[in-house]
Design a protein around this ligand. Sequence first.
Ligand SMILES: [Zn+2]
Ligand SMILES: [Zn+2]
Length: 342
Amino acid sequence: MLQPSLGEPQLTIENPVLAALDIVVAGEAECATPARRHEPHAVEDSGSRLAPLHVRLATGAAVVLPPFGLLAVMVLAWGGWFHWVDLALMGSMYVLTGLGVTIGYHRLYTHKSFATRGPIAVFFAICGSMAVQGPLIWWCATHRKHHQHSDEELDPHSPHAGRAPGVGGAIKGFLHAHIGWLFADITPDMKRYVPDLLADRTTLLISNAFPILVALGLVIPAVIGGLVTMSWMGALLGFLWGGVVRMFLLHHVTWSVNSVCHIWGAKDYASGDESRNNPVMGILALGEGWHNNHHAFPASARHGLKWWQFDLSWVIIRSLEKIGLAKKVRLPGLERLATKRV
Ligand SMILES: [Zn+2]
Ligand SMILES: [Zn+2]
C-alpha cells in the first residue's frame, strides 16, 4: 500500500541541485517531486567530445570482451563443458550485482529513497561495484545529472536530445543512449551533483576500491565453480558464466533502461521527459524498467507503483523495512499520484 501524504516536506537542503532532485540529505520528507529547476551553474559538458583515451580503452574492454565470453561458453557447452552450477552462478550473481545497482547505487545512494544501517549500505555498494558499471560516486553523479536534465541537451544518455531527424537519427540516438555515451566526455560536476557522497569517507573508499571490487566479482564465481566441481575447468566455467556472461547480460539490461525505457512503453505519469514504463525491462532490470514512474517520482523507493508492476528491488526494500533494517522509506502520497496521473 502506498502511504498517504504526510504533509509538507521538511527539507534541510542548501544545494539547489539536490533540492530540485528531491534528495534529502538531512531530515525527513514525504516523497514530493518538485519540477526540475535549472539553477545558474558552471558550464557543463553535453557529451559532444570524447572521453580521455584511458577511459575509452577501459570502457571498450568492458563492452567488447564480455560478448567473447558469451561466445566461449557457447562453444564450451557445445563440447559438453557445462555444469548446473554454472547457470546457478550466473543467475545468483546477476541478481546480487543487479540489486547492488538498483537498491544500492540507485535507490539508496543516488536518490536516498530509504535509509539503512551502515553494513547493509556497504554490502549493496560492494555488490553494485561488482556489476562493473563504474565507481559508486561517478555513477550517482551521472545519474543525478540524468534526472536534472532528462532528455535535454545536458542529459548524459538521452536517445532524443540533439538527435537528427529520420530513421538514421533515431537509430543513432538509440545507440548513443545505450552504449555511445559511455565513450563521451560527460564530465558530471562532482561538487555540484554529489557533495553529500564526497563528504562521506566510506563512500569515497568504496568508490576508490572499484577495480578491486570488479576483480572480486569475477573471482567469487570462479572460486565457487572450482570448489563445487573440484576442478580447474569448473573454476574457468564459473568465471565465464558467473562473471563475464553475467556482466554482459546485466550491462545490456541496465543500458536498456537508458535507451529502451526512454522510447518504448507507457507514459502513466507526467514526468516532463520521454521516460516510459516497459514491462519487459521492469522484470529484467529488477524493477527499474518502471521508468516513467521513477522519473515522475524520483525519490520513491518503489518504482512498480501498481500491484502488477513487479519490482523485485522494492520487495527487498519493503522486507528490510518489515524487519527493521530499512527506515525513512519514501513513497509518493496518494494526492501527488493523482495529480501527476496522465
Ligand atoms: Zn531515465
Ligand atoms: Zn534515478
